[in-house]
Ligand binder design. Structure first.
Ligand SMILES: NC(=O)c1ccc[n+]([C@@H]2O[C@H](COP(=O)([O-])OP(=O)(O)OC[C@H]3O[C@@H](n4cnc5c(N)ncnc54)[C@H](OP(=O)(O)O)[C@@H]3O)[C@@H](O)[C@H]2O)c1
Length: 311
């Protein structure tokens, strides 16, 4: 595949401004693949990163699917030029890596090959940030980690998902099902939950219970202080990506997290083929890179609440 010397990408210029800009094609490292982007999906963090945490000269965009255009010389996986792949990268953190671009580079073992005849580019792109974020709290051995698919959990173990209808939550609730569903808005929701799940919830959160809460927003100090017998553990999806990064503080490279997601990603093609992964609803947004600006404004007005959006 002939790769151009310059490409177009959505590059942050200043807070709130991220025009499509011409940049040199990223240079491939030995353990990376170069991806020609075919579709991207949007997450709230894309526009928040443009507006709230803008990092000038970095490329926006996290979730992608595309075609492998080049493979680094030391890549050990079976990925090859021409494969349809999908994944997730840390948009707006680096000048050389973001998915809202015609081409970008990423570590070869952080993409998964889309099995032929299964998902379109647009659908494959939606299995990125939200999907990976659902995996970490549930399956990582240091988080809840009951077991990894396709194995089933033995005995009776309960998991409470707060925020089931979010894009992240749906990746858990749709494939696994839910025994009870609660509307979070009524003032007596806590009583409803305790009544329905007693004695399991009471046991988990009693002084002897050693319950564990994995947060994807927080934790706030008062949450941790509320019940000292409960372990509060934050999960941050970027620690899966095999690079040190700065997000209000420096997060060192986590080999443990990267290894976990690499093993999980090897299972994803089979899980897609078997239908075990249930996709979120998708609203298709056309217009290529030039359509992203308009797409942000729609998202900010929260007209696409459920699931993600592709172009
Ligand atoms: N730690 C990480 O690495 C990481 C990664 C990705 C996302 N996140 C976080 O995970 C959260 C979900 O992200 P997402 O992209 O899945 O969001 P999303 O799809 O945009 O979530 C929208 C949904 O949230 C529900 N909601 C709003 N306020 C709520 C509340 N107080 N309690 C329960 N549900 C509420 C809304 O329900 P209604 O329409 O009924 O109001 C709506 O259906 C966000 O806070 C995001 O910042 C963390």
């Amino acid at each position: 595949m002939v790769v151009p010397e310059t490409i177009r990408a959505v590059v942050i210029k200043e807070v709130g401004v991220a025009p499509v800009t011409g940049i040199p094609t990223p240079k491939l490292e030995n353990d990376e693949v170069l991806v020609q982007v075919k579709a991207v999906a949007q997450n709230p963090n894309d526009w928040k990163h443009r507006d709230g945490f803008a990092n000038p000269s970095t490329i926006l965009g996290c979730d992608f699917s595309g075609i492998v255009a080049a493979v680094g010389s030391s890549v050990m996986t079976s990925v090859k030029v021409g494969d349809q792949v999908a994944g997730f990268v840390q948009g707006r953190h680096f000048k050389d890596c973001g998915a809202f671009a015609e081409y970008f580079r990423t570590l070869a073992d952080l993409v998964w090959v889309v099995p032929e005849g299964t998902l379109s580019d647009e659908l494959a792109a939606t299995l990125g940030c939200g999907f990976w974020t659902a995996v970490q709290p549930l399956l990582h051995p240091t988080k809840l980690g009951p077991t990894g698919p396709p194995a089933k959990v033995e005995g009776e173990k309960w998991v409470f998902v707060y925020g089931g209808p979010t894009s992240v939550g749906l990746f858990l609730v749709k494939p696994l099902g839910a025994t009870f569903v609660f509307d979070y808005k009524p003032p007596d929701v806590l009583d409803q939950i305790l009544t329905a799940t007693t004695p399991s919830a009471v046991k988990a959160f009693s002084p002897e219970g050693k319950g564990k809460v994995v947060t994807i927003l927080g934790p706030k100090d008062e949450t941790a202080a509320y019940n000292p017998s409960v372990t509060i553990q934050p999960a941050f999806i970027y620690t899966y990506l095999g690079r040190e990064f700065n997000f209000r503080e420096v997060f060192p490279l986590s080999k443990e997290d990267r290894d976990h997601v690499v093993v999980f990603l090897m299972k994803v093609p089979e899980l897609v083929k078997s239908g075990a992964i249930k996709l979120n609803c998708v609203k298709l947004w056309e217009g290529g890179l030039d359509g992203i600006e308009g797409w942000f404004s729609i998202y900010e007005r929260r007209k696409t609440q459920y699931g993600e959006t592709c172009l």
